[in-house]
Write a protein that binds this ligand. Structure first.
Ligand code: SF4
Length: 242
């Protein structure tokens, strides 16, 4: 049985019917309620193609390089690298900051409670976790979950850049302050970075900023703002289909 959007929003703790009354939501929610299924249909189309040949070889070579990487000090304390997960031809690329303890243990980004909330956020706009690609700026966990150091991010960013080139996403969702500030090379607070679309890099891929799910777990009132960000993502994805 297909769950309703309201059901998914309830799951992430957003009172959907109140939000739909707000002016800020008017344009973003102008997509029909069936937009969820529209996106699902788009995702189904995307499911047809997976990288083959040279592209697949480039992915494997990149993954192998990351697995053995010792370019920064974080290789000494990691359990394993966390390369990224998802469709390698995804329309939406989600980029976070760095692996945490769960991710370091499991080798996958955005697991644990924050990962579950991210999955629910994606489902609210009609996307399964497997429809998107999820990666971090850093492929290794900083000890004690400290913020990444600029030299670590600089050392690791070329891997993410190659992932972006290989995926060719239509939209990038930067999750959390650290990811947003690094990708946009800005020191503006996240409250000033979210709520609008940036163009990322030379390709000009639309980039939307939103709050990190770990922050949303601590600050549920921010979920309403995150929902408007997700509606922008959904809107951009649907426009890119036309
Ligand atoms: Fe290499 Fe990135 Fe890990 Fe540093 S964080 S060791 S650059 S993979």
């Amino acid at each position: 049985m297909t769950r309703s959007r309201a059901g998914y929003l309830a799951e992430i703790g957003i009172p959907v019917w109140r939000l739909r009354d707000t002016e800020a939501m008017a344009e973003s929610t102008s997509a029909p309620t069936s937009g969820e299924s529209d996106l699902s249909a788009a995702s189904t189309v995307a499911l047809a193609a997976q990288p083959t040949g040279d592209t697949a070889a480039r992915w494997e070579a990149l993954a192998a390089t990351v697995r053995e990487c010792t370019l920064c000090q974080l290789h000494r304390t990691r359990t394993q690298t966390v390369f990224g997960v998802g469709r390698r031809d995804a329309q939406l690329l989600v980029i976070g900051e760095a692996p945490g303890a769960d991710e370091d243990r499991q080798g996958e980004p955005f697991v644990g409670r924050a990962g579950q909330l991210l999955n629910a956020m994606l489902r609210a706009i009609g996307l399964a976790r497997g429809d998107v690609y999820i990666a971090n700026i850093l492929k290794c966990r900083p000890p004690n979950n400290r913020d990444p150091e600029p030299r670590e991010a600089a050392a690791c960013t070329p891997y993410l850049t190659q992932q972006i080139e290989l995926i060719g996403p239509r939209v990038i969702l930067a999750v959390g302050r650290i990811a947003a500030q690094w990708l946009l090379q800005s020191d503006a607070p996240i409250g000033r970075l979210r709520g609008r679309a940036f163009e990322y890099g030379e390709s000009g891929v639309p980039l939307i900023v939103t709050y990190h799910p770990a922050y949303l777990l601590r600050s549920p009132l921010a979920k309403a703002a995150a929902w408007t960000d997700l509606c922008m993502v959904q809107d951009l994805l649907m426009k890119s289909e036309r």
